[in-house]
Design a protein around this ligand. Structure first.
Ligand code: HEC
Ligand code: HEC
Length: 337
C-alpha cells in the first residue's frame, strides 16, 4: 500500500471508494502476471495446442442414425463387419493391429487410425486422400480388403428394412440414399469428440490438473519441436509432412512398401514421397501400435523414432517418459458410442 502511495501520491488524497476501485484495478492487472510464473500455460492464444470443443449443435436424429449405421455389419458384403469392427469405440476408436483385417480375413496395408476427433482433421486417411468425412465413408465400404460391398447392394439392404426406411425419412425426408448414408455417418463421427482431458483443464487454468512430470513433458514436447507438426486442438491433423526428414525409416526398417510412399501414390510428385498427414496425438496414448504401418509397438518407441527421423535428435529415456506421460494427459472422455 505504502509503495503504491509513493508511486501514485494522488491516490492518498482520493476519496476512499475511488481508492479502493483503483487498488482493485491495479490488482486485476498484476494478478494474471503473477500467475504466469507458476504455470498454468497462459495466455492460451500463445499456446501451440488448444482445448477441444464440441462442434456446434449436431442434429441428434442424424447422429443417432449415423451411430446405428456405424455399428451395423449390414454395410459389408457378407454382413460380417461394421465400421466399429475396425474402429472399436470403447477402446479408442482405432485398430489394434499393424494391418487392419477386413472381410474374409483380408489383410489391408495399413493400421486403422482412430475415428475420435476425426472431424477436426483437415483431410482423412494417413495420406489425406479423402477431403472430408462424407467423402471418406465410401472408402472402407467398397474396399475389397475392408467391407467389400458396393452402394446399390447396401442401399438395397437398408431399403428392405422398414425401421431404417423410417429412420432415414425422419432424419432426411427421403429413403436411404448414398448421400444420406454418408451424411449420417459423418455427422455421427463429428460427435465423437474427446473433451475434458486433464491437459485441456490445465490449459483452462487448472494448474494441478497435470503432474509435474506431465508438465515437463509438455515443455519438452514444445522444446524439441514436436508441436511444430502436432499442433492445434487435435494435436495434429492440420498439415502434411514427410516421415523421415533425417534419414529414411522405411529403408532402415528393411522392407519398404508401396504405402510408405504416402501422398506420392496420389500425386506422383517426387516432393510427395513419404509425405503423410500429421496424425492427431489426442488418443495416441491408448492406441498402439503406431504409424501407418504399425511399426512402433509402444509410445516410447514412437517418440524415439520421431526424435530420430523428424528432428535428428536421440531423445534420452527421461525425456521420452515425460513426453509419454504428457501424451497420456491428452486423453479426454470418449463419448458417443
Ligand atoms: C477392415 C477394417 C476397417 C473397416 C471395416 C472400416 N475402417 Fe475406417 N479405416 C481403416 C483403415 C485401415 C484406415 C486407414 C486407411 C488409410 O489411411 O489408407 C481407416 C481410416 C478411417 C478414417 C480416417 C481417420 C483419419 O484420421 O484419417 C475414418 C474417418 C474411418 N476410417 C471411418 C470408417 C467408417 C465410417 C467405416 C464404416 C463405413 C470404416 N471406417 C470401416 C479400417 C477400417
Ligand atoms: C516434421 C513433422 C513432425 C515432427 C517434428 C514430429 N512429428 Fe510425429 N508424426 C509426424 C508424421 C507425418 C507422422 C505420421 C507418420 C506415419 O504416417 O506413419 C507422425 C506420427 C507420430 C506418432 C504416431 C501417431 C499414431 O497414431 O500412429 C506419434 C506418437 C508422434 N508422431 C509423436 C511425435 C513426437 C513426440 C514428436 C517430437 C519428439 C514428433 N512426433 C515430432 C510428423 C512429425
Amino acid at each position: 500500500m505504502k509503495g503504491i502511495g509513493l508511486a501514485f501520491p494522488w491516490l492518498l488524497k482520493a476519496r476512499r471508494r475511488t481508492l479502493l476501485s483503483a487498488v482493485f484495478l491495479i490488482l486485476a492487472v498484476l494478478l494474471p502476471m503473477a500467475g504466469e510464473a507458476g504455470e498454468p500455460a497462459s495466455p492460451l492464444a500463445d499456446e501451440p495446442l488448444q482445448p477441444l470443443a464440441r462442434p456446434a449443435a449436431l442434429n441428434p436424429g442424424i447422429v443417432a442414425l449415423g451411430r446405428r449405421l456405424f455399428h451395423d455389419p449390414i454395410l459389408s458384403a457378407d454382413d460380417s463387419i461394421s465400421c466399429a469392427t475396425c474402429h472399436n469405440l470403447s477402446t479408442g476408436g482405432a485398430g489394434r493391429r499393424a494391418h487392419a483385417t477386413g472381410i474374409n480375413g483380408a489383410v489391408g496395408p495399413v493400421k486403422a487410425p482412430t475415428v475420435y476427433n476425426s472431424g477436426f482433421n483437415f483431410a482423412q486417411f494417413w495420406d489425406g486422400r479423402a477431403s472430408s468425412l462424407e467423402a471418406q465413408v465410401g472408402g472402407p465400404l467398397t474396399n475389397a480388403t475392408e467391407m467389400g460391398a458396393n452402394w446399390p447392394e447396401v442401399l438395397g439392404k437398408l431399403g428392405a428394412d422398414p425401421s431404417y426406411v423410417r429412420a432415414f425419412q425422419a432424419a432426411f425426408g427421403t429413403g436411404p440414399t448414398e448421400e444420406a448414408v454418408r451424411e449420417a455417418i459423418a455427422t455421427f463421427e463429428r460427435s465423437l469428440v474427446t473433451v475434458g482431458s486433464r491437459f485441456d483443464r490445465y490449459l483452462g487454468g487448472e494448474a494441478t490438473a497435470l503432474t509435474e512430470c506431465e508438465r515437463e513433458g509438455y515443455r519438452l514436447f514444445k522444446a524439441y519441436g514436436c508441436a511444430s507438426c502436432h499442433q492445434g486442438a487435435n494435436v495434429g491433423g492440420n498439415m502434411f509432412e514427410k516421415f523421415g526428414f533425417m534419414g529414411n525409416p522405411f529403408t532402415d526398417h528393411g522392407h519398404p512398401e508401396a504405402v510408405d510412399l504416402g501422398r506420392y501414390n496420389l500425386t506422383q510428385r517426387d516432393s510427395d514421397r513419404f509425405v503423410f498427414k500429421v496424425p492427431s496425438l489426442r488418443l495416441a496414448a491408448v492406441n498402439p501400435p503406431y504409424f501407418h504401418n504399425g511399426s512402433a509397438a509402444d509410445l516410447p518407441e514412437a517418440i524415439r523414432v520421431m526424435g530420430h527421423y523428424q528432428l535428428g535428435r536421440e531423445i534420452p529415456e527421461r525425456d521420452v517418459n515425460a513426453i509419454a506421460a504428457f501424451l497420456g494427459s491428452l486423453v479426454g472422455v470418449m463419448e458417443g458410442p
